[in-house]
Write a protein that binds this ligand. Structure first.
Ligand code: NAP
Ligand code: ZN
Length: 351
C-alpha cells in the first residue's frame, strides 16, 4: 500500500478538502498511473451532494482521468512506462468474474461493474477512490490508451463526457442524413456536438439561451435555439431523428418529445435529482421512444478515443488547480464553464 494525496468530501454537501488515501501496490496485471488531469463531471457534483442517495463518505470523486504510466506489473502486455493513458467511469466489470464474451460490450450495465469512485471492489470491502488524487492503480483491462495527438488536459473529459455521447450517437445511428438535437451545451453536450458533427449528422443545439451560440456553431452545430423562447418548440415540431438530452435538471420531456419525427427516439443522459413526469400522449403520438444510455464499454471507449484522435476532437477545457474545486462546483451549477473544468493534479503536490 502507498499513501497518496487526494481531495475528498467528508460528508454530504460538505466542501472538498485535502486528505490522503491508500492505493494498492501494483499486482502482476496492474498499471500504476501518475494522474496529470482529472475532469469535473456533473456526476461528481450530484454524488458529493448525495443527490442520488447512497453516497459513501468520505468520497474522492473523479472519473475523467488522464495521466502517464508510472509502473507496470510483471504480466502487463498492453502498456509501458511513459504511455499516455486514461481511466473512465469503471475499473472492473463482469469480465474479471468470468462473464461471457458478449458481456464485454455492455459491461457497464451488468452486475459486477465497479465504478471508479463511490463503489466497492470485488473483494467486497475496498471502497474505490477516484481521480482527484495523485495516482491510481488499475488492472490493465480497464486502462485506455490516449492518442498521442490529444493533450492530456483536453483528453481527460473524453473518458466520461466523450464516451457518454459517442455511445448513443453510434447506437441510434447518428450519421449523414440524420438530424440530431443535443439538449444542453455543457460538458456532455459540447462533446455531443463535436462527435455528432464528425459522424456526419446535422446537429442542432437546444440550450437555455443563445449565450453560447457562437461556440456551438464553431463546434459543428448548424443550428442553435433557445428553449426559453416558446417559438422554438413551435418551429421545430417533428424535426429530429434523434434527441440526446444531457440536461442535469428537471425539464419538460414531453415538449422535447414533440420535436421528434415519428418513430424517432429521445435518449436521456442527464440524471436530475428530481423525477420527471410525462404524459403518455407524448410517446403515443408519433410512436416515439424514450430511452436512456450510460457511458460505454472499455472497447467502445477505446474506439471513441481513436475516433477523436483521427478527427482531431478534444474537449474544451478550463484548467484549474485543485484548490479551486469547490468554486468550480458552484460555477458548474450555474452553467458557467467552457466547457469542462480539468483539474491540474500538479497543484496537489503543494498540499
Ligand atoms: P454540465 O456540464 O453542468 O451540463 C449540463 C447542461 O445542462 C448545462 O450546461 C446547461 O446547458 C443545461 N442545464 C443546466 N441546468 C439547466 C436547467 N435548469 N434547465 C435547462 N438546462 C439546464 O453537466 P454534464 O457534466 O454535462 O452532465 C449532465 C448530466 O448528465 C448530469 O446530470 C450528469 O450526472 C449526467 N451524466 C450522465 C452520464 C451517463 O452515462 N448517462 C454520464 C455523465 C454525466 P445550457 O447552458 O446549454 O442550457
Ligand atoms: Zn461523468
Amino acid at each position: 500500500m502507498s499513501s497518496v494525496k487526494a481531495y475528498a468530501a467528508p460528508a454530504a454537501k460538505a466542501p472538498l478538502g485535502p486528505t490522503t488515501i491508500e492505493r494498492r501496490e501494483p499486482g502482476p496485471a496492474d498499471v500504476e498511473i501518475d494522474i496529470k488531469f482529472c475532469g469535473i463531471c456533473h456526476s461528481d457534483v450530484h454524488q458529493v451532494k448525495d443527490e442520488w442517495g447512497g453516497t459513501a463518505f468520505p468520497i474522492v470523486p473523479g472519473h475523467e482521468i488522464a495521466g502517464v504510466v508510472k509502473r507496470i506489473g510483471a504480466d502487463v502486455k498492453k502498456f509501458a512506462v511513459g504511455d499516455h493513458v486514461g481511466i473512465g467511469c469503471f475499473v472492473d466489470s463482469i469480465r474479471s468474474q468470468g462473464g461471457a464474451p458478449n458481456d464485454t460490450y455492455i459491461e457497464q450495465y451488468l452486475p459486477g461493474c465497479v465504478f471508479t469512485y463511490n463503489s466497492v471492489e470485488h473483494d467486497g470491502k475496498t471502497a474505490t477512490m477516484g481521480g482527484y488524487s495523485e495516482s491510481i492503480v488499475v488492472n490493465e483491462e480497464y486502462v485506455l490508451r490516449v492518442p498521442e495527438s490529444i493533450p492530456l488536459d483536453r483528453a481527460a473529459p473524453l473518458m466520461c463526457a466523450g464516451i457518454t455521447l459517442y455511445s448513443p450517437l453510434k447506437h441510434w445511428g447518428a450519421g449523414p442524413g440524420k438530424k440530431v438535437a443535443i439538449v444542453g451545451l455543457g460538458g456532455l453536450g459540447h462533446m455531443g456536438v463535436k462527435i455528432g458533427h464528425a459522424l456526419g449528422a446535422e446537429v442542432t443545439v437546444l440550450s437555455q439561451s443563445l449565450a453560447k451560440k457562437d461556440d456551438g456553431l464553431r463546434m459543428g452545430a448548424t443550428a442553435y435555439h433557445a428553449m426559453s423562447d416558446p417559438s422554438t418548440f413551435e418551429k421545430l415540431k417533428g424535426t429530429f431523428d434523434l434527441i440526446i438530452n444531457t440536461v442535469s435538471a428537471k425539464l419538460d420531456w414531453g415538449a422535447l418529445l414533440a420535436l421528434l419525427k415519428p418513430d424517432a427516439t429521445m435518449v436521456i443522459l442527464g440524471i436530475p435529482e428530481e423525477n420527471v413526469s410525462l404524459g403518455a400522449a407524448a410517446l403515443v403520438q408519433g410512436r416515439r421512444s424514450l430511452a436512456g444510455s450510460m457511458i460505454g464499454s472499455i472497447a467502445e471507449t477505446q474506439e471513441m478515443l481513436d475516433f477523436c484522435g483521427e478527427h482531431d476532437i478534444t474537449a474544451d477545457v478550463e484548467v484549474i488547480p485543485i484548490q479551486k474545486v469547490n468554486e468550480a462546483y458552484e460555477r458548474l451549477l450555474k452553467s458557467d464553464v467552457k466547457y469542462r473544468f480539468a483539474i491540474d493534479m500538479a497543484s496537489l503536490k503543494s498540499e
